[in-house]
Design a binder for this molecule. Structure first.
Ligand code: SF4
Ligand code: SF4
Length: 182
């Protein structure tokens, strides 16, 4: 038996569905054109209720988890150049050269005496596997993971970050001072 022709009521139902669909699409379009209303962390329970999931990166960013492991930073003024971080690193991406000082050269912010200059303190972030071991052994907590996760470069060599701040002249002076020590 042939199906009955659409009734007047069915056509209105179709139009109503179409209208609701257009309204929904417009609401999503309008939300996507504006800034995200809440920049919730992915760990937040309401993350998927906070609007479109895409962001205008890099102009908008989501907060990263508090204990996330991202780019390393060494607050070199607090570093006692003990070499522990380099020794524990499983991929040998920390390179340190130290120069002994005949006398104390100051204190770290947690009260440890500094007796070594950091002639070189390089971390090759291209090799780093972000295990975080170096930060856990650091006795002065100067080596930390920052929330910075976007550090793309055009050349691998740029991932080798130098944290030491001594000039070549200062390095020469400190080395000579050690050599002439009685
Ligand atoms: S996070 Fe791990 S791999 Fe990276 S420098 Fe520290 S110890 Fe080495
Ligand atoms: S473990 Fe900490 S204090 Fe020791 S050399 Fe590494 S960054 Fe410096």
């Amino acid at each position: 038996m042939p199906s009955p022709l659409p009734t007047r009521l069915t056509i209105w139902q179709h139009l109503g569905t179409l209208w609701r669909g257009l309204l929904l699409a417009w609401r999503h379009l309008r939300a996507a054109l504006g800034p995200r209303s809440h920049r919730l962390s992915i760990t937040d329970a309401a993350y998927f209720q906070s609007g479109p999931t895409t962001l205008r990166y890099p102009y908008e960013r989501l907060p990263v988890p508090e204990r996330g492991r991202y780019r390393l930073h060494n607050a070199i003024d607090d570093c006692i150049v003990c070499d522990k971080c380099a020794k524990v690193c499983p991929v040998d991406c920390i390179e340190i050269d130290s120069i002994k000082s005949p006398i104390s050269i100051g204190k770290t912010s947690n009260g440890m005496t500094k007796r070594l200059y950091a002639a070189r303190f390089d971390i090759d972030l291209a090799k780093c596997c972000f295990c975080g071991l170096c930060t856990t052994v650091c006795p002065t907590q100067c080596l930390t993971m920052t929330p910075e996760y976007d550090y793309s470069v055009f050349d691998w060599a740029e991932h080798k970050v130098a944290f030491a701040t001594l000039t070549p002249e200062e390095i020469t002076v400190y080395q000579q001072a050690l050599e002439v020590r009685p």
